[in-house]
Design a protein around this ligand. Structure first.
Ligand code: PEP
Ligand code: MN
Length: 338
């Protein structure tokens, strides 16, 4: 439930409500807004409804949250969450460009990509060291060796890195090297994995599952935030539909829906959504217009030789032009870059 305080409520009155709900074993999450303070309360429904919170000093009203997701809902936390990583801000009017290869292949490849991302004004370098491949015979990623290559590229470029975690057994390694931990589309409902990253203190980027509803996607985020990690970024990467012209169907409406329903930042991955490099720019512009807080694109110094997702990757030589066009619209929409 939500406890909405009076505009004139004092900090002592807010503390009074917090200690009252904590006394029955519930948790209180205080959001101080420009006008009013709102306290989100999670706990046993019966115990909470028995509490006379509405009669407490400073309380204006108490309302139930009907949605199944609570902590990630906008009702619970009206202000935008801004995720800060390595000097970069994502959300709350800050727009970020995340780019890099699908997979880390060699030190030279990831470094060349990192330099191109930096030169194009990108903010975060992406690259997979653990790859979720449909075929067990396809390249599966370099594992820890790949993480080290990414870290070396961060060292040289200064760009924070995002990389996918597939298995809780690799969490310590990924945690050691990554700045943002990516949960891939195929693992969006791996609830134990979500809870594990929720117990760590590094931002988590959750891609939308191939067939996940928006509510299921937000519930995945709820798993992470419930464990204490509030730094979650959502990533729309296209869903499965009957359409075959694109690899997936970018659900651009989901961006606008999630921006209303949740305070978490939302980024769009037009590379996996379309599978076609020529569609990456137009759909990035659509993402910006729909209110996205950033884009995540695949780029490779030599797409035709890539070990994974080459056909959808922008050549690094095209990244600066792509970034400039996307940035221009983001700025026009009133976003601050990075
Ligand atoms: C990726 O980002 O490299 C990836 C595998 O994406 P997704 O989980 O969206 O398919
Ligand atoms: Mn990929």
């Amino acid at each position: 439930m939500m406890v909405i305080m009076h505009e004139s409520a004092t900090t002592e009155q807010v503390a009074g409500v917090v200690s009252r709900v904590e006394a029955v074993g519930a948790s209180a999450h205080v959001s101080v807004g420009e006008r009013v303070t709102v306290i989100g309360v999670l706990g046993d429904r019966e115990e909470l409804t028995a509490l006379p919170l509405e009669a407490m000093p400073g309380v204006e009203r108490v309302v139930a949250i009907l949605k199944p997701y609570k902590l990630v809902s906008r009702e619970f936390h009206p202000a935008d969450t801004v995720v800060e990583v390595g000097g970069v801000r994502i959300g709350g009017g800050h727009f970020c460009l995340i780019a890099g290869p699908c997979s880390v292949e060699t030190s030279e490849q990831v470094l060349a990509a990192g330099r191109a991302v930096k030169a194009a004004g990108g903010h975060v370098l992406r690259g997979g060291a653990y790859k979720p491949r449909t075929s067990p015979y396809a390249f599966q990623g370099l594992g820890v060796e790949g993480l080290r290559m990414l870290a070396a590229a961060r060292e040289e470029t200064g760009l924070p890195i995002v990389t996918e975690l597939m298995d809780p057994r690799d969490l310590d390694d990924v945690y050691e090297y990554a700045d943002i931990i990516q949960i891939g589309a195929r693992n969006m409902q791996n609830f134990q994995l979500l809870a594990e990253v929720g117990r760590r203190d590094k931002p988590v980027l959750i891609k939308r599952g191939l067939s996940a509803t928006i509510e299921e996607w937000l519930m995945a985020a709820e798993y992470v935030v419930k464990e204490g990690n509030r730094d979650v970024i959502l990533c729309e990467r296209g869903i499965r539909t009957f359409e075959t012209a694109t690899r997936n169907t970018l659900d651009i409406g989901a961006v606008a829906v999630v921006k209303l329903a949740s305070h978490l930042p939302v980024v769009v991955d037009p590379s996996h959504a379309t599978g076609r490099p020529e569609l990456v720019l137009p759909l990035s512009l659509a993402a910006v217009a729909a209110g996205a807080d950033g884009v995540m694109v695949e780029t490779h110094p030599n797409p035709e030789q890539a070990l994974c997702d080459g056909p959808q990757s922008l050549p690094t030589s095209a990244l600066a032009e792509y970034a400039a066009r996307t940035r221009e619209l983001a700025a026009w929409c009133g976003k601050t870059l990075g």
